[in-house]
Design a protein around this ligand. Structure first.
Ligand code: NAD
Ligand code: IPM
Ligand code: MN
Length: 350
């Protein structure tokens, strides 16, 4: 029998609500099998900061890193809360985890499930994955301000793109495309961001020689937002930088029927560090504590996690349960717990 050490970071707002349902479904999917998930909860996020002043201690980071995988709900307080002004939870906790654990692939799939009410009247057969670079770009924190607070302030945010970093994520994206429909779209802004754009373009061209069966396409990010709305079925694998990937995947979540359906994995493909699975959405302070959050994104993130751990049968069980639940949705409002219970029952009933 196998034991998987799982670090659980429920986080803030709706994070604990959706993680509770995701763990319920995980239990249902693995019950009766010979794999056991040994869970360690970590109290991290805005609530922890307000209590102790800690964002992410070295001891917490080391403890998390000693696990096989991480499940995270969402972190971050109410935007504008003055008590959190200097906390920088997003950068000091979430991004610190992604950077320290070398999560260079941020995998964000989008599927328009049969029966789901997409805001697009005829979305078509939508099934694509965004491979978002996870450890570089404008997220590195290589910025600074000069003369802050004066009329002559200069605020710089520098996007860092390395040949090494771009190549490894592009190679991952090609391999993903080769295993799917064989279509790769590079999304960037090469007409304006000429240095980073040129690097991304040259790397894609070079790696493309190793994948003759993958058709390569390029879109500027602004045009990509048009096609994500007018013809999302055209996409198979999109590879893009950290910031563009962030923006495109909230849009992708919206077209797929809601951000509450969008799952993600922060992957360290080399297996040096544990990968981290989390819904694309945030802590949603506007609906927290009201049983209004859709836990499906967190549940689908568990499916991504199971697949990453090589537990394909269990991963498929969760995905199939979600598909069945979505197909049966009538439009009547259900609580967070009711959705989790329904999907867990489907995952257990096999
Ligand atoms: P958000 O994703 O939390 O919310 C955006 C909108 O989507 C809100 O109206 C919210 O109610 C809705 N929504 C989100 N998840 C939902 C769900 N599961 N079901 C139904 N509706 C849902 O984004 P935001 O408001 O920009 O950010 C709130 C906080 O979360 C901020 O502190 C932000 O930094 C943080 N954040 C954290 C993560 C993360 O931990 N991975 C991701 C994004 C934002
Ligand atoms: C996401 C979030 C994060 C990001 C924030 C909270 C740092 O928006 O996971 O999409 O920008 O990556
Ligand atoms: Mn985001």
């Amino acid at each position: 029998s196998r034991t998987v050490k799982l670090a659980v970071i429920p986080g803030d707002g709706i994070g604990p609500e959706v993680v509770g349902e995701a763990l319920k479904v995980l239990d249902a999917a693995v019950q009766g099998g010979d794999v056991r998930f040994e869970q360690t909860p970590f109290s991290l996020g805005a609530a922890r900061f307000l209590e102790t002043g800690d964002v992410l201690t070295d001891a917490d980071l080391a403890a998390i890193a000693s696990h096989d995988a991480i499940l995270l709900g969402a972190v971050g307080g109410v935007p504008g809360d003055p008590r959190l002004a200097n906390a920088n939870i997003e950068r000091g906790l979430l991004l610190k985890l992604r950077f320290s654990l070398d999560h260079y692939v941020n995998l964000r799939p989008t599927v328009v499930y049969p029966g789901v009410p997409s805001p697009l009247s005829e979305p078509g057969d939508v099934n694509f994955v965004v491979v978002r670079e996870g450890t570089e770009g404008p997220y590195v924190g290589n910025g600074g301000a000069i003369r802050q607070g004066t009329p002559h302030e200069i605020a710089n945010e520098v996007s860092v793109n390395t040949a090494y970093g771009v190549e490894r994520v592009v190679r991952y994206a090609f391999a993903a495309a080769a295993a799917r429909q064989g279509k790769l779209t590079l999304v960037h802004k090469t007409n304006v961001l000429v240095f980073a754009g040129s690097l991304w373009k040259r790397v894609v061209d070079a790696v493309s020689a190793e994948f003759p069966d993958v058709a390569v396409d390029y879109l500027h990010v602004d045009a990509a937002t048009i096609f994500l709305v007018t013809d999302p079925a055209r996409f198979d694998v999109i590879v893009t930088d950290n910031l563009f990937g962030d923006i495109l995947t909230d849009l992708a979540g919206a077209i797929s029927g809601g951000i509450g359906l969008a799952a993600s994995g922060n992957i360290n493909p080399d297996g040096t560090y544990p990968s981290m699975f989390e819904p694309v959405h945030g802590s949603a302070p506007d609906i927290a504590g009201k049983q209004l959050a859709d836990p499906t994104a967190a549940i689908l993130s568990v499916s991504l996690m199971l697949s990453h751990l090589g537990l394909e049968t269990e991963a498929a069980r969760v995905a199939t349960a979600v598909t069945a639940d979505i197909a049966a949705r009538t439009g009547a409002a259900r609580t967070t717990t009711e959705v989790g219970d329904a999907i867990a029952a489907l995952a257990a009933n096999r």
